[in-house]
Design a protein around this ligand. Structure first.
Ligand code: ADP
Length: 169
């Protein structure tokens, strides 16, 4: 068996149980797993990069996942993957609409470095609808997101929206 290290990149704005499920499953398959949070995603993030790193670390701790390093990166994912010497990129697939983008990214990354494979994890049925954007939308209007994210993430969302509403007032 080949010992393989992997990187799981994303915006994690914020981390949800959908991400956490992928982390748990990827951890079983790879000898080491690194979560890489992109500092400047295409979409404007709710949380700063430092907040996203801190929330992700806290969430992993809350759910009892150890041994997964959380880092931030800017620029090309493949450069980050190379600088950490990983062999694989982990991504999750939820619905059909994820496929086109993921397919394009995987092929582009393979073109940039054919030694790094992208490995896809199919979502768990119960998280197939779950996205950070949905969690933010529900919490923005005070809804209960406890079945979507760990407690510390929900608290961070409450603080963030209170802060933003305070600024707007
Ligand atoms: P990005 O902006 O790079 O898509 P995200 O933080 O939204 O970053 O997602 C990171 C990865 O995690 C993506 O591959 C995404 O498909 C996957 N993912 C997010 N939510 C889920 C979920 N509920 N089930 C499975 N995979 C998921």
């Amino acid at each position: 068996m080949t010992i393989t290290s992997a990187i799981y990149p994303g915006s994690f704005d914020p981390i949800t149980y959908g991400h956490i499920d992928i982390v748990r499953r990827a951890k079983k398959l790879f000898s080491s797993l690194l979560i890489a949070i992109v500092a400047n995603p295409n979409k404007t993030p709710l949380f700063s990069i430092d907040e996203r790193v801190a929330i992700t670390e806290e969430a992993l701790k809350e759910v009892g996942i150890t041994g997964v390093e959380v880092i931030s990166y800017d620029g090309l994912l493949i450069d980050c993957a190379k600088s950490y010497g990983v062999d694989a990129i982990v991504r999750g697939l939820r619905v059909n609409s994820d496929f086109d983008y993921e397919f394009q990214m995987a092929l582009t990354n393979r073109d940039l470095d054919s030694d790094i494979e992208t490995v896809f994890f199919m979502t768990a049925g119960r998280y197939s609808f779950l996205a950070s954007s949905i969690v933010k939308e529900v919490k923005r209007y005070g809804g209960d997101v406890s079945s979507f994210v760990p407690k510390c993430v929900e608290q961070a969302l409450v603080r963030k929206f209170a802060e933003l509403n305070g600024k707007a007032a």
